[in-house]
Design a protein around this ligand. Sequence first.
Ligand SMILES: [Fe+2]
Ligand SMILES: [Fe+2]
Length: 263
Amino acid sequence: MEAYLNRSIKKVIKEFPPVEKILDEYAIGCGPCAVGLCLLKDIVSIHNLPADQEQEMMGRIASVIHPGREIQIPRTERKAEAQPRELKYSPPMKKLVDEHVLIKKWLALIPGILPTLNLESGGDRQLIREGVDFIRSYADKFHHAKEEDILFKYFDENLDLVKVMCEEHKTARNHVKAIGEALERKDRGTVVRRLNAYRELLSQHIKREDEIMLPWMDKQLSVSQVGEVFSRFLEVEERMDSCQQKYGDFISRVEKKYKRKED
Ligand SMILES: [Fe+2]
Ligand SMILES: [Fe+2]
């Protein structure tokens, strides 16, 4: 069992598919993760389930990996006793969670935009151009930069969780580049496919950040580090002063337009 704890979760799931369903039942959604670098032991430790639930879950995983054998379940190291799953964030983490809300609004608009998208129409081309600008400037330059250039610097860059998140940012950038290029060629199929892929990726990414990464990072940082992160976030906000207003207005405008279409 120890050997499997040190194996990447994707490999464990590939070899023993029922493990994905067991993790799912404990709200640990590793299946859809596109990267899957995390080790089984890290996943168990990061989620910090109550001890009895963790033992129960590990017992079930052990019985899938070693059917019919009595297995000693190793305990994971605990930073603190698990709390009921009410998510609380420090002020800088709360800022990131609030920014996710605007990004999720854009993701929620995509399924309404795509079915009637006509790249021969100047209006539709402009909408996708503005959507790409929102992703590049707000989701990436403003938000992901806070994560990568500030928050993640407080952690080991070789940490699986950090590597997975950066890898997903990179994949998202590739989708956006492809959308921008396809838009110029009026290649509707690629725009639709890549926007859907972006939506799928970012929805899972944000969920993992909100529910796993940010609460876990909060626990690792000292009070003074949290203060430092907060003031460095403020610097970015000052530097990109008009960003929040501009892109907040963009999302409201698109929401109004597509809400009217639904009515
Ligand atoms: Fe992120
Ligand atoms: Fe994020």
